[in-house]
Design a protein around this ligand. Structure first.
Ligand code: PGA
Length: 248
């Protein structure tokens, strides 16, 4: 299966000119590589970038209603119409900075699926939870609650990203072995919730957290790690091209 590499630009860059230049470099690097590449820019750049056969478009967030009086929100229906294929859901930065709940994530996933998008559910523990030995207890609670409103038959249409919070934007990436343990845990748990063994093998589970060109391969070498969710290194054209370069 092709590796899936998702660029999460977060709230960068600050001009259209920079966004266009970055997108052009990513398209060039993606055209030489063998991965499926998705760019998730800020909403206002979606139309600038557009989707292509080499680079698909994703959004960093969506609302949990299709339309209505919801000032400032963008719905999955609009994203689908704009050419998006993917949408990130439950990113820890939204949970921590904007107080988003697992229930909201669950509604967003259910609606995104109904609109024909692939939601990418981000899950992972904090440093404190890890130190207390509660990483997997917390992750199980997070996953069960975030999938609560999703039909069992739809679970295999969701992609997952294991993103330990202590590794996001810190330069302290989680070891490939620890990432693998978490990825296998997610695979088993989702297949248990779906009540279907084959789901453990068929779902995509990515790793994210301080991925850069020099460590990407450690994760990609493992067949159970389906790809990467890249933040900081995805707004550095050279670094991101370095990640894509070695993918078979
Ligand atoms: P990072 O972010 O690569 O900058 O650590 C990853 C993410 O938050 O998706």
């Amino acid at each position: 299966m092709k590796k899936l590499i998702i660029a999460n630009w977060k709230c960068h860059p600050t001009t259209q000119k920079q966004a266009k230049a970055l997108a052009a470099s990513i398209k060039k690097a993606a055209s030489k590589g063998k991965a499926e590449v998705v760019v998730c820019p800020p909403f206002c750049y979606l139309s600038l970038i557009g989707s292509s056969s080499k680079v698909k478009l994703g959004a960093q967030n969506c609302f949990f209603q299709a339309k209505g009086a919801f000032t400032g929100e963008i719905s999955p229906l609009m994203l689908k119409d704009f050419g998006c294929s993917y949408v990130l859901v439950g990113h820890s930065e939204r949970e921590q900075t904007l107080c988003e709940t697992y229930e909201m994530a669950s509604k967003k996933i259910a609606l995104s699926l109904a609109c024909g998008l692939t939601p990418v559910l981000c899950v992972g523990e904090t440093q404190a939870q890890k130190e207390k030995g509660e990483a997997f207890i917390e992750m199980e609670k997070e996953i069960r609650e975030c999938l609560n409103l999703v039909k069992k038959a739809d679970l295999e249409k969701i992609a997952f990203a294991y993103e330990p919070i202590y590794a996001i934007g810190t330069g302290k990436n989680c070891s490939a072995d620890a990432a693998l343990t978490a990825v296998l845990f997610i695979r088993r748990l989702v297949s248990e919730i779906a009540g279907k063994k084959a789901v453990a093998d068929s779902i995509k589970v990515l790793y994210g957290g301080s991925v850069k060109a020099s460590n990407a391969q450690e994760y990609l070498n493992n067949q159970w790690i389906s790809g990467l969710l890249v933040g900081g290194a995805s707004i550095d054209a050279k670094e991101f091209a370095g990640i894509l370069k070695n993918i078979q």
